[in-house]
Design a protein around this ligand. Structure first.
Ligand code: FE2
Ligand code: FE2
Length: 141
C-alpha cells in the first residue's frame, strides 16, 4: 500500500501482491512477488507518461526476471519429478513467445504499451500462479 505524499490518500496499486498468491515455497513466492512488483512499476510508468526508454527498461527487466524464474521453476519440477511438467512448460513457452514479441515490437518502436498489455500480463500471472504453479506445491513440499 502506498500513500499519496500530498494528500495522504491511499493509492491502490494496479497489481498489488496479495497473500493468497503465496504458494508457501519461499523462493518461488519471493520471485513471483518481484515480478508482480515490476509489472506494477511498468503500469505506473505508463500511466505517468514515462518515456519509451523507461518503459523499455522495465519491459526488459520484467522479461529477464520472468525467464530466469521459469528456468528455475522448470529445474525444480525436474528435480522433484513433477508429473505435469510438460503441460506446465507449455504455458511458460507461450509467455516466452508473447514477451519476445512485445520486446521485438518495442525495439522497432511499433509497440504502444497499453493498459490492455499491462492487464494481459497481470491476468496471465494471477492465473498462472493460482492454477498452474499451485499444482506443483504438493510435489515440492
Ligand atoms: Fe510456472
Ligand atoms: Fe511461477
Amino acid at each position: 500500500m502506498t500513500l499519496n505524499p500530498n494528500t495522504g490518500a491511499i493509492i491502490l496499486a494496479f497489481f498489488e501482491w496479495k497473500d493468497e498468491y503465496n504458494l508457501g515455497i519461499s523462493l518461488m513466492d519471493r520471485q513471483h512477488r518481484e515480478i508482480v512488483g515490476i509489472i506494477d512499476e511498468l503500469y505506473e510508468a505508463m500511466k505517468n507518461g514515462q518515456g519509451e526508454a523507461v518503459l523499455g527498461g522495465l519491459l526488459a527487466r520484467m522479461t529477464t526476471y520472468s525467464l530466469q524464474h521459469f528456468t528455475l521453476e522448470e529445474q525444480m519440477m525436474s528435480k522433484y519429478r513433477y508429473p505435469d511438467q510438460a503441460q506446465h512448460e507449455l504455458e511458460h513457452q507461450a509467455y516466452r513467445s508473447k514477451t519476445a514479441e512485445l520486446m521485438a515490437k518495442h525495439e522497432k518502436s511499433t509497440l504502444a504499451l497499453s493498459v490492455a498489455t499491462a492487464q494481459y500480463l497481470k491476468t496471465w500471472w494471477v492465473n498462472h500462479i493460482q492454477t498452474t504453479d499451485r499444482k506443483y506445491v504438493p510435489y515440492m513440499s
